[in-house]
Design a protein around this ligand. Structure first.
Ligand SMILES: O=C(O)CCC(=O)C(=O)O
Ligand SMILES: [Fe+2]
Length: 312
């Protein structure tokens, strides 16, 4: 059965999705569909000072530096990976308090699902290339990350790097438990496609979660702090996609809400989570592709996008 569409989205008889205007400032919709990202001022200087103070009052288990604890999964702090649930709740409340109204004014049809603070200690914090996990059932409906740094970010302090126009190219479910279609050409992606994007403190880089992205180590002498806010369409059930542990040809879908990211441990994205309502199974569409196939799809990306979406 076709996934229920969020308010404002309709599907043509030929399967193409007709999206509503996404941004209150309609001049952003064109660049968003072309490139997969746009940026917009979010916080003014006073609000930034206030957010820095409230950030400094948070107390995660890893002290915002996982290189100081044993058994850390990576060298950057990520809220969902921190084991202190009380901190995760405080961080969620802080983000909603500071950003909910601001983001509503920018993307009125979207609502905050969850958030993470990413802190890269000086000298650390290299990510893996990834797409953000799907968070709703209709995979061709954009879900958004709003990425707001507390200080200016650039190549030197490990800013985010985006593969412009790589969104919605392949019918791929980029769940935590998925194989990644680009595993065999990561160096080529970094060298040829992953552009470092300079973002100013308090500015929001808003990108489609299916966009390929990555970031390198922070080479500055200060921690690099960014808020990542995940947004899904209003009145839409949030879904966790997990590849079935015994049958990799299907994904299991689970209904979640904001509490999932606060209350469940990180490991739950890799197994069958307990206590969540099931939303059924879907076939696993993931395919391995070569770098040549990727390059070909990137050259034809406008055509591919227009074969899937009715865009003016
Ligand atoms: O903070 C970074 O460098 C990357 C964060 C990221 O992957 C995201 O916001 O989705
Ligand atoms: Fe990401």
């Amino acid at each position: 059965m076709a996934a229920t569409l969020p308010p404002g989205y309709t599907r043509e008889a030929d399967g193409r999705l007709r999206p509503p205007q996404i941004f209150a400032d309609s001049s952003l919709d064109g660049p968003f569909w072309d490139d997969g990202f746009v940026s917009r001022p979010v916080l003014n200087p006073e609000e930034l000072v206030d957010l820095r103070a409230r950030f400094a009052a948070l107390a995660p288990y890893d002290g915002f530096d996982p290189t100081t604890i044993d058994g850390a999964r990576c060298t950057y702090h990520c809220t969902f990976l921190d084991e202190d649930r009380g901190y995760r709740r405080s961080s969620d409340e802080l983000v909603r308090d500071v950003f909910a109204d601001k983001l509503k004014a920018i993307v009125p049809g979207y609502t905050i699902l969850s958030s993470n603070i990413y802190v890269k200690p000086s000298g650390h914090g290299r990510f893996e290339i990834h797409q953000n996990w799907p968070t709703i059932e209709a995979l061709d409906v954009p879900t958004l990350t709003v990425w707001v740094p507390l200080q200016d970010t650039n190549f030197g302090n490990g800013t985010i790097r985006l593969a412009r126009g790589s969104h919605h190219l392949f019918p791929d479910v980029a769940a935590a438990s998925s194989d990644r279609f680009f595993d065999e050409f990561q160096t080529e992606l970094i060298d040829n496609y992953l552009e470092p994007v300079d973002v100013r403190a308090g500015e929001g880089l808003i990108f489609d979660d299916s966009l390929l992205h990555w970031s390198g180590a922070n080479r500055s002498d200060r921690p690099r702090v960014t808020f990542q806010i995940e947004m899904i369409p209003n009145d839409t059930q949030a879904i966790l996609w997990i590849r079935n542990p015994s049958d990799p040809t299907v994904f299991d879908l689970w209904e979640i809400d904001k509490e999932y990211w606060i209350e469940y441990p990180m490991e739950s994205v890799l197994t069958t989570p307990e206590g969540l309502p099931s939303a059924g199974q879907r076939p696993n569409p993931n395919q391995h592709i070569t770098f040549e196939e990727f390059e070909d799809a990137m050259r034809r990306r406008k055509e591919i996008l227009h074969s899937k979406y009715c865009l003016s």
